[in-house]
Write a protein that binds this ligand. Structure first.
Ligand code: C2E
Ligand code: MG
Ligand code: MG
Ligand code: MG
Length: 272
């Protein structure tokens, strides 16, 4: 009897696993054609100046409009795209769309584009960025590139030249999700970046946690002495906004101001 039950459970598990593998293969196959079928869209979320209450930039966030499935979030396809070698095409598509959309606004707004480690270490990434700037007419200092700490880590040996090329182009470099990677300080010493984006996990409990407040204060002090600007991610409450503003954090981003939206400059709510 126990054995029968055991087998039944095993089969349930087996079906579940098979289902997962099938869905994954299905996603991979569909993703292969997504760029060519024009299914990759760029959504945008504003980055605001907390002190001045102005919008300074807009972050480009990829979405996959999958026929019959609706809008797919990056969390459900970026990692797969990286694994199967499709991130280069998707990244270049988002970079192109974002550069054109922000240039069309004819203003001083910057656009911040996420770059995966795989894109960054490709030999011609500097040329890809140069081409996107040339084709759109976006001034280089209005393009921010968000790299993760792991991308910067890989850059130390394999992409030092790309890093120099980007610096020479005059685009601004940011470290995304700052504080979630490792040996951050080593990276800051080896590579010159312009901005740190404090990961939203440090912002979430800011009002309740002395500990998280101390971490954020530490990051702000570090950034200040290295002459880096800081963006706090994931601001959802007025309390978080006020704390960060009082701590002297220059920039912020989060649902409080605007959720990501399909237009380059979504409506921004500064709150009370
Ligand atoms: P990220 O670059 O750290 O972007 C921030 C994510 O947090 C976005 O999710 C954004 O919608 C979400 N977010 C913004 N404000 C809030 C808030 O107040 N509260 C909460 N809970 N979340 C907030 P999204 O759009 O799903 O993107 C997830 C991640 O996917 C991004 O994290 C980025 O790492 C990656 N990604 C998105 N687009 C691209 C892309 O074009 N290329 C690459 N390589 N990665 C991308
Ligand atoms: Mg980002
Ligand atoms: Mg981030
Ligand atoms: Mg993040």
């Amino acid at each position: 009897l126990a054995k029968d039950r055991g087998r039944a459970r095993y089969e349930v598990f087996d079906d579940d696993l098979r289902g997962r593998i099938e869905r994954r293969l299905d996603t991979e196959l569909a993703l292969r054609d997504a760029v060519e079928l024009d299914e990759i869209e760029t959504w945008y979320q504003p980055i605001v100046d907390l002190q001045q209450r102005t919008v300074v930039a807009t972050e480009a966030l990829a979405r996959w409009r999958r026929p019959d499935r609706g809008l797919v979030s990056p969390g459900d396809f970026i990692a797969i795209a990286e694994e199967v070698g499709l991130i280069k095409g998707i990244g270049t598509t988002v970079l192109g769309q974002a550069s054109r959309a922000v240039t069309a606004l004819n203003g001083e707004l910057a656009v911040s584009v996420n770059v995966s480690p795989r894109q960054f270490v490709q030999d011609d990434f500097g040329a890809v960025v140069k081409r996107a700037l040339a084709e759109s007419g976006l001034p280089p200092d209005q393009l921010w590139l968000e790299l993760t700490e792991s991308a910067v880590l890989e850059a130390i040996d394999s992409a030092a030249r790309t890093f120099q090329e980007l610096r020479a182009l005059g685009v601004r470099l940011a470290i995304d999700d700052f504080g979630t990677g490792y040996s951050s300080f080593t990276h800051l010493k080896a590579f010159t970046v312009d901005l740190l984006k404090i990961d939203l996990t440090f912002i979430r409990d800011l009002e309740r946690s002395d500990h998280d407040r101390a971490i954020v204060e530490g990051i702000l002090r570090l950034a200040d002495s290295l002459n880096l600007d800081v963006v706090a991610e994931g601001i959802e409450t007025i309390g978080q906004r006020d704390l960060l503003t009082a701590m002297g954090c220059r920039y912020g981003q989060g649902y409080l101001f605007s959720k990501p939206a399909p237009t380059a400059l979504p409506d921004v709510q500064f709150g009370l």
